[in-house]
Design a protein around this ligand. Structure first.
Ligand SMILES: *Cc1c(COP(=O)(O)O)cnc(C)c1O
Length: 232
C-alpha cells in the first residue's frame, strides 16, 4: 500500500524560502539579509534529517536539555549546523547552553547576564546574544518590558561586558503582530543593534516588512507539533 502523500519536508522548506524571498522583494530588502531558523523543538532526528538534507543548516530549539539530547549526534553527522536557543534559559543551564548554541535569543534578566559573564570567563565559546523584549507586557511571558529595555541593554554592556547584537520578541497571540514588530525595530534602532529575531510561521512575512533579520519558523516546515508540547 502506498502511504498518503503528506507535503514532504523539502517542499515545505522550499515554500517557506519562496515566501521569505517574496516578502524581501516587496520590502526592497536583500533576501540574504534574512536568516531562516528552522524550529525543530519536539521533533526527533528522523524529522530533522530530511530538512538538513534539503539544505537547511540553521535550527532553533527552545529547551537546553532537549537540544543536548538531539543535536550533538546530528552535528557529528552533518557539518556546518548552527543552533539557536529561542526558549527561556535558566541560570543553572548556562554552561550547557554556551557549549551547545551559536546564538541565545532570550537574555532577559540581570541574574542571567551574570551567569553568562561568569561562563564566558571560563570558556572561549561566545554565542551571539539577543535580548528578549516582552513587547505586549504580558505577565506570563519572559522578556524585559519595552520601557526597561534601554537600561537593561546598557547594563548588559557596562555591568556585565556582554555584547548584545539583537532583540527578540514573541507578540501576544490574540493581537496583530505588526505594532509589536515595529516597536522591537524602534528599540533596536535607538540602541544601535543590528539583528531582529521576530516572525514565526503565521507572521514571518509581516516581520520581514518590519526589518526581521532572523525568522523562527517551526510548524510551516515540520508540520503541527503534538498538542501541549514545546508551546510556551
Ligand atoms: C515554537 C517557537 C517558534 C516557532 O513557532 P511556529 O509557529 O511553529 O513557527 C518560534 N519562536 C519561538 C520562541 C518558539 O518557541
Amino acid at each position: 500500500m502506498q502511504q498518503v502523500a503528506a507535503p514532504v519536508a523539502h517542499e515545505r522548506l522550499a515554500a517557506v524560502r519562496r515566501e521569505i524571498e517574496a516578502a524581501c522583494r516587496e520590502a526592497g530588502r536583500d533576501p540574504h539579509a534574512v536568516e531562516l531558523i528552522a524550529v525543530s523543538k519536539t521533533f526527533g532526528a528522523e524529522a530533522i534529517e530530511p530538512v538538513i538534507a534539503a539544505g537547511q543548516r540553521v535550527f532553533g530549539e527552545n529547551r537546553v536539555q532537549e537540544a543536548k539530547a538531539k543535536w550533538p549526534a546530528l552535528r557529528e553527522k552533518y557539518p556546518g549546523i548552527e543552533l539557536h536557543l529561542i526558549g527561556p534559559l535558566q541560570s543553572n543551564k548556562v554552561r550547557d547552553a554556551v557549549q551547545l548554541f551559536d546564538a541565545i535569543h532570550t537574555v532577559d534578566r540581570p541574574s542571567l547576564c551574570a551567569a553568562l559573564a561568569k561562563e564566558f570567563a571560563r570558556q572561549p565559546r561566545r554565542p551571539r546574544l539577543f535580548v528578549e523584549v516582552n513587547t505586549g507586557a504580558e505577565p506570563q511571558k519572559a522578556g524585559v518590558l519595552p520601557e526597561a529595555a534601554d537600561d537593561f541593554l546598557r547594563a548588559c554592556r557596562e555591568e556585565y561586558g556582554l555584547a548584545i547584537e539583537g532583540l527578540m520578541c514573541i507578540p501576544p497571540q490574540d493581537e496583530p503582530p505588526a505594532p509589536h514588530f515595529a516597536l522591537l525595530a524602534k528599540i533596536a534602532a535607538r540602541n544601535g543593534l543590528r539583528f531582529l529575531s521576530m516572525g514565526m510561521s503565521a507572521d514571518f512575512a509581516t516581520a520581514i516588512r518590519f526589518g526581521a533579520t532572523h525568522v523562527r519558523v517551526g510548524t510551516a516546515i515540520f508540520g503541527a507539533r503534538a498538542a501541549g508540547r514545546g508551546n510556551h
